[in-house]
Design a protein around this ligand. Structure first.
Ligand SMILES: [Zn+2]
Length: 424
């Protein structure tokens, strides 16, 4: 416990310093950690021994990041098929691990086994992002989730105290909790933040603006961001991650894209700079259940050049467009969520939206609008239709709310057309 707390402090301190390291220093540190991780995974984790043997790869073939492409990728399906005896490093009993079941919008759930060390590392890399935004140990956090997380004894003693609230409770009760407890930090999915902001406004509550509001797990639309800013007085920070590897990309104060936590994760985009490609991620600090060159199914674009904030960490844009979060077009190509995000984000009276495609050549767009907006539905239909191929049918209609997935998340695009190519 003490050892983990000490390790966590050290990780966060080093991580924050690395945000301003020269890029070459980061790359050398990444290569050094990956070299050791590959050796460990090959020697101790049956999943990687099999995967690498099948591909004819040996850890010694990786000498620098120039050799990264030679390391075989791990697919989600392969990780799902592997039981704990295959995915965990030899000698780690599953009973000593924290089991996480990821929901996954399609297919079977994925089971993750985090040993105490991997668990502490995942928390440290998530916390680092809060520290980048001015987090202090005295800050009280409100976190709204489907399943409340762990509570630690130090938190009860006043170190980073946290109030866990269930998303199954009424949003009005979250809002009253925030007004009463005056949290400095709020963490939730984008749709949950949206409901919180709505509940604050409808109840006319006086909120002391939190210093940090973090939106994760879902696409943060411009509409939700504006609403949260208006109701809570704070512009939310969009953070990206996966249960498999924790959070690894985040907006800075400039909101120009997502900085990669390059000291803890190697993030590749399988496309030339400027093009949209699948995100492949390596968690450099997970040794119990290593995740190396993992195909996430998410899409992003690399952004060249330094950020105005002064951090030297690489930048991505359009992150969180899942391969499946796209509308299938008749020519076999796909139209990704940023198309809808750009057009719909310009309408200030649009609160939420969702695109549902049940059959080829046609999609429905659901809009949640504020007040009586007259011809807004028709205008939005015209704007969206303008970028779609001729003959593609679009039904646009108002609704009162967007249905959540069983996991509690809301998806902006739900397409049941799976016959189009899987990636651009
Ligand atoms: Zn920046």
């Amino acid at each position: 416990m003490v050892l983990n707390a000490w390790r966590m402090q050290r990780l966060i301190r080093t991580a924050r310093a690395s945000s301003h390291w020269p890029p070459e220093k980061i790359r050398l540190a990444q290569a050094d950690q990956l070299r050791r991780l590959l050796r460990h995974a090959y020697d101790h984790v049956p999943l990687y021994r099999r995967l690498y043997d099948e591909a004819g790869f040996r850890p010694e073939m990786f000498r620098s990041l120039e050799d990264l492409q030679r390391v075989p990728r791990l697919t989600k399906q392969r990780l799902k098929r592997a039981g704990p005896e295959e995915a965990l490093a030899g000698g780690t009993p599953p009973s000593a691990c924290r089991l996480i079941k990821t929901s996954g919008s399609t297919g079977a759930p994925l089971h993750l086994y985090l040993d105490p060390s991997d668990n502490a590392w995942q928390r440290a890399v998530a916390w680092r992002i809060l520290f980048e935004h001015g987090f202090r140990y005295t800050d009280r956090t409100l976190e709204i989730r489907m399943t409340p997380g762990e509570s630690f004894s130090v938190q009860k003693l006043g170190v980073a105290p946290k109030d866990w609230v269930s998303i199954l409770d009424a949003p009005e009760s979250w809002a009253r909790c925030l007004a009463r407890r005056k949290h400095q930090v709020v963490v939730a999915c984008a749709s949950t933040l949206h409901a919180l902001a709505e509940a604050v406004e409808t109840q006319g509550l006086e909120i002391r603006p939190p210093r940090i509001v973090v939106s994760d797990s879902e696409v943060l639309t411009a509409a939700t961001s504006r609403w949260v800013e208006r109701a809570l007085g704070t512009v939310p920070v969009d953070v990206f991650g996966l249960a498999e590897v924790s959070n690894f990309a985040w907006q800075c104060e400039e909101r120009q894209g997502f900085h990669i936590s390059a000291d803890s994760h190697i993030v590749e985009v399988a496309a030339p700079p400027g093009d949209l490609g699948e995100v492949v991620v390596t968690a450099l600090g997970m040794w119990g259940m290593p995740i190396i060159r993992y195909e996430t199914g998410d899409l992003a674009q690399q952004v060249p050049g330094p950020c105005r904030c002064g951090r030297t960490l690489p930048l991505l844009t359009q992150l969180s467009g899942r391969v499946t979060d796209a509308v299938a077009l008749p020519d076999g190509s796909r139209l990704y969520w940023p198309y809808f995000h750009e057009i719909l984000g310009a309408h200030r009276d649009l609160e939420q939206w969702q695109v549902v495609q049940e059959r080829a050549g046609r999609a429905r767009v659901h809009l949640v609008l504020r007040g009586d907006q007259g011809d807004l539905v028709d205008r939005i239909r015209g704007e969206l239709q303008a970028g779609l191929p001729a003959g593609f049918g679009l039904d646009v209609a108002r609704c009162h709310g967007i249905r959540k997935e069983p996991s509690g998340k809301t998806r902006v695009i739900v397409s049941h057309c799976t016959d189009a190519p899987a990636a651009p």
